[in-house]
Design a binder for this molecule. Structure first.
Ligand SMILES: C[S@@+](CC[C@H](N)C(=O)[O-])C[C@H]1O[C@@H](n2cnc3c(N)ncnc32)[C@H](O)[C@@H]1O
Length: 202
């Protein structure tokens, strides 16, 4: 079995997330989710949601949808908690209606997405977000001041790590930032929360 196959076994995958500081990261994500205007009728879409590790961060609504390409991870996500809808699909072709999602989460996913697919990904996020909906992105970034992070990114399954400046190129084009910060655990990370720029389209 190769490195990729081993790392994709759901319980090994979850253990890797904890090694890289998932509990600390969760505290940061929770702060923003609690400040958002989600209520019991809101829909949350966890794009590339993997095994549904973010599900426990959402208390305001049971309308949590985990979307991922990986069937095994989706199955783990479905077992993880009640009130969890999961869809096996491509984040660049979201099978949901226009303006139907109040919060789109994209955590640790963009470094798996090639540059050629980024426009389709963001066009889909903008299409499904409600006009007042929020977008939350969290991703490891290439940071020249963090050699350990660069070492881990070299062996990461995501083949498209980017600098903050690369990420800002597409984030600020489409979203008005509410929050934008970088921080370091083992990796360096970007955490971004924003709303769609009026008239933003690919
Ligand atoms: C590092 S994992 C992050 C999982 C989860 N978001 C988290 O924070 O724990 C990246 C996930 O993105 C998924 N993924 C990558 N490309 C995708 C695509 N085009 N559409 C849907 N999911 C995708 C992978 O299957 C994997 O589960």
């Amino acid at each position: 079995m190769n490195r990729q196959k081993i790392a994709e076994i759901p319980f090994i995958y979850d253990a890797i997330q904890f090694f890289f500081g998932k509990p600390i990261i969760d505290e940061r994500l929770k702060t923003f989710i609690e400040r958002s205007s989600l209520n019991s009728t809101s829909y949350v879409l966890d794009l590339g949601g993997g095994t549904g590790l973010n599900r426990h961060l959402i208390h305001q609504t049971n309308r949590y949808i985990c979307l991922d390409l990986d069937l095994e991870k989706i199955s783990t996500s479905l077992k993880r908690q009640e009130h969890n809808s999961s869809i096996m699909a491509d984040a660049c072709q979201i099978p949901l209606k226009n303006s139907s999602v109040d919060l789109v989460m994209l955590t640790a996913v963009t470094h798996h997405i090639p540059d050629t697919a980024i426009p389709a990904l963001f066009s889909e996020i903008l299409r499904v977000l409600t006009p007042d909906g929020q977008f939350l992105l969290f991703d490891p970034i290439v940071d020249s001041r963090n050699p350990l992070g660069r070492f881990f990114l070299k062996y990461d399954l995501g083949a498209f790590p980017r600098t903050v400046s690369d990420m800002d190129d597409f984030l600020l084009k489409h979203f008005t930032p509410i929050f934008h910060t970088t921080f370091r655990i083992l990796h360096s990370y970007l955490l971004f929360v924003g709303t769609a720029r009026k008239g933003s389209e690919e």
